[in-house]
Structures are given as structure tokens and as C-alpha cells.
Design a protein around this ligand. Structure first.
Ligand SMILES: Nc1ncnc2c1ncn2[C@@H]1O[C@H](COP(=O)(O)OP(=O)(O)OP(=O)(O)O)[C@@H](O)[C@H]1O
Length: 261
């Protein structure tokens, strides 16, 4: 077991992943012949359509996350980090195993699915409502969200449609909206990597507050330094398998050594 709990543990678990496997089925992956004759012969032979491939993205992952923890998820491209977060948020079915969670986990970037044709202003309201905030709460926090995002630092961008924003600006606004609410479990996928240095500092401070006030923060990042600075614990996935789970410094050092090989 990759669990850090001890028998005398008084910490409150927020997310438990128990032997989680996630398999994607990819249809039309191109392995079959596309001709009409081939299709007919498949009908007559009653064979399963060829070209359905399986991608085993997460392989038997087990861990317990506790209230007050900020956990960094690290690993090479395609190692299953985003898939695991989507499953914790309930957006991706688990093929085997189970995930238990306390409260409603929010996945930043999907839950705050904003509309490109609407202004930043309208999106702040939309995102707030989508997270369950009341209109009154949104009104109270509106200025704070806009200021935090820094969207209006150079121009009145908040009154322009989001499609006019750079990807970094969009990510900053999404983070700011999500961070305006206290979450039981907040999952952030790469949002910090896109902001500039000043925004990253503000985000780190905000994550710290969220962690103190609410439950657990998960952060997926390729920036090992972001994980070192923001998280106290790190989980390293490699090819879908949990390689290491522990204090972020130790796990990041091991991952660093692995990537330098
Ligand atoms: N919708 C999908 N359908 C099929 N396979 C998928 C799908 N999404 C992801 N995968 C596959 O699942 C595996 C894990 O992908 P995932 O995006 O979870 O990894 P990741 O660690 O978040 O990657 P990255 O660091 O590049 O963002 C990869 O092999 C990927 O190709």
C-alpha cells in the first residue's frame, strides 16, 4: 500500500483511491480496412469491429488524501495524471477499483468550463453559479476575482469576449474564479504553469489559504519547482503506475533523478 496513514491517525481522509484502473476504449483507431467489401465481410462473419483499441491509462493506483494537504501529481507525459484527476472529480468512469471522496471535488478547468464568446465579466458570473455560489456571493467577490486574475492590468479586458484572451489570461481567469470559493477538494490541472511569475506567487499564496480553510488541493504540474514550493506531498505516476508517494521534496528529487537518466 502506498498509504501514508498510521494506525494512530487523527487526520480526516478526503479522497481514497482503492486499486483504481482506468481503461479508455478508442473506437475507429484505424487498424481496419475501410472498404465496403471489408465492412460487408465483417457483417457476415459477425466479428467484433476491428479498430477498437484499449488504452490502460491508470493501473492499480491506491492512496489516501487528507484534509489540509496540498498534493502534487507528477510524471512524464501521458502517465495518467489528468485521467486520475478527472476520475476523482467523477468525470471519468473507473474501470476497476473505487474512489471515495468527501464533499464534491472540483476540477479546475473543466468545472469552470467558460464560454469563449461571452465577456470575462459574464464568465465570472457563469463560473461562480456553476460552482454553486449565489448571485449575492458572486457580486461580493466579483472585484476580488478580477483583481486576482490581473486581467484588467493593462486594458479593460474583462468586458471583452474570452476568445480575445491569450491562453495564459484564460487560465488565470479560470483559476481566479475557482479560487474564489472554498472547496472540499480542489484539483488544479497545470493552471499555474501558464501564469506569469507575479500570478504564480499570488496563486501559491491562494492555494495555501484554500488548503488551510478548506480541504485538500491536488495540483498537476510538469513544473517540478511549482510542486516543491506549493505542495507538501507528491504522488509520482509513471505509465499509469504509482511509482512513489511521500514528502514532495523526496518524490521530486527521485523524479528529477529519473528524468535525468
Ligand atoms: N480520451 C482519451 N481516449 C483515449 N486515450 C486517452 C484519452 N485521454 C487520455 N488518453 C491516454 O491515456 C494516457 C494518460 O493520459 P493523461 O492525459 O491522463 O496523462 P497525463 O499524465 O495527464 O499527460 P500530460 O502530462 O501529457 O498532460 C495516455 O496514454 C493518453 O494517450
Amino acid at each position: 500500500m502506498a498509504d501514508t496513514a498510521t494506525t494512530t491517525d487523527t487526520r480526516v481522509p478526503t479522497v481514497i483511491a482503492d486499486g483504481v484502473h482506468i481503461v479508455y476504449k478508442v473506437h475507429g483507431s484505424g487498424a481496419r480496412k475501410g472498404g465496403a467489401t471489408a465492412a460487408l465481410s465483417r457483417v457476415f462473419s459477425r466479428k467484433e469491429p476491428a479498430g477498437v483499441k484499449e488504452v490502460h491509462a491508470v493501473k492499480g493506483v491506491t492512496f489516501t488524501a487528507y484534509k489540509g494537504e496540498a498534493i502534487g501529481l507528477i510524471g512524464s507525459n501521458g502517465s495518467g495524471k489528468s485521467t486520475l484527476l478527472a476520475a476523482i472529480a467523477g468525470l471519468q468512469p473507473v474501470t476497476h477499483g473505487r474512489i471515495y471522496s468527501h464533499g464534491q471535488p472540483s476540477l479546475l478547468g473543466v468545472n469552470a468550463a467558460l464560454m469563449n464568446d461571452l465577456t470575462g465579466e459574464r464568465n465570472v458570473v457563469l463560473g461562480g453559479l456553476a460552482m454553486g455560489m449565489s448571485k449575492q456571493q458572486i457580486r461580493e467577490r466579483y472585484q476580488e476575482i478580477v483583481d486576482f486574475s490581473g486581467i484588467n492590468e493593462r486594458n479593460d479586458f474583462i468586458s471583452l469576449p474570452m476568445r480575445t484572451y491569450s491562453s495564459g489570461m484564460g487560465a488565470r481567469l479560470r483559476f481566479s474564479i475557482a479560487a474564489a470559493k472554498d472547496h472540499d477538494v480542489l484539483m488544479i490541472d497545470e493552471a499555474l504553469a501558464t501564469g506569469d511569475a507575479a500570478f504564480q506567487r499570488r496563486s501559491q499564496a491562494r492555494i495555501e489559504e484554500l488548503r488551510e480553510r478548506a480541504g485538500t488541493v491536488f495540483l498537476v504540474s510538469h513544473g517540478i519547482n511549482t510542486v516543491r514550493e506549493t505542495c507538501d506531498r507528491a504522488i509520482w505516476l509513471e505509465a499509469g503506475v504509482l511509482r512513489m508517494d511521500g514528502p514532495s521534496k523526496e518524490v521530486c528529487d527521485a523524479y528529477d533523478a529519473f528524468t535525468r537518466r
